[in-house]
Design a protein around this ligand. Sequence first.
Ligand code: ATP
Length: 215
Amino acid sequence: MLRKPIIGIAGGIGSGKTFVARLFGELGCLVIEADALVREAYLDPVIRGTLREWWNDDLFLTDGSVDRTAIARKVFDDPEQRQRLERLLHPWVGARREAMQRDADVKTSAFVWDTPLLFETGLNKACDAVVFVDVPDSERLRRVVAQRGWNAEELHRREILQMPLDKKRRLSHYVVNNTAETADMSAARPGGTRRQVREIFFRIVAGLPDRPIRA
Ligand code: ATP
């Protein structure tokens, strides 16, 4: 059986990676959201036991669930602790991803990895195509301010830990411009995100050569 293509999604914080990944999902791709897998990992008794061993009970909420906000705060300014956490979570998430792909429905046309740190973790190398979601910085800021209550400093603080966006854009095979408002996104609209995603999807599954697509 032919191996199904793996499509990685990259882009700045708040650019709409998850949104674009879901548009690929509408076209019959199996979308694997790393964030959801991390949430699952935190339910695993082995992971939970290890976290308790390292950091006592401080990072658990009263209902016994892992306090993800507290963990994020703990590792944010501490690269050593961050790497330790990544070494614990990444193999778990990787194994789960592989199992999902192995068990995928035969009708699945491609796998889509919505992973915040695709390039930083080297996962881009396992992708057949990487799609960069492009949105002007000012618009990304507007979205995270409106939807997450952040400010410019908060966005910058997170962004400087990541590979520069220009480099990610350069290393990607396709570029989707996701500036158009979601409310204005019929498949027919030229340049609309849904339309660009369809075009890229068909090129990838047809095995056509890369051609960066801009709106
Ligand atoms: P993160 O880097 O934090 O994981 P992300 O790149 O996955 O974010 P999303 O979560 O998909 O981004 O989108 C960020 C916010 O912007 C969401 O609230 C989403 O609904 C909104 N959004 C995404 N695309 C658009 C769009 N084209 N127009 C308006 N809002 C959008």
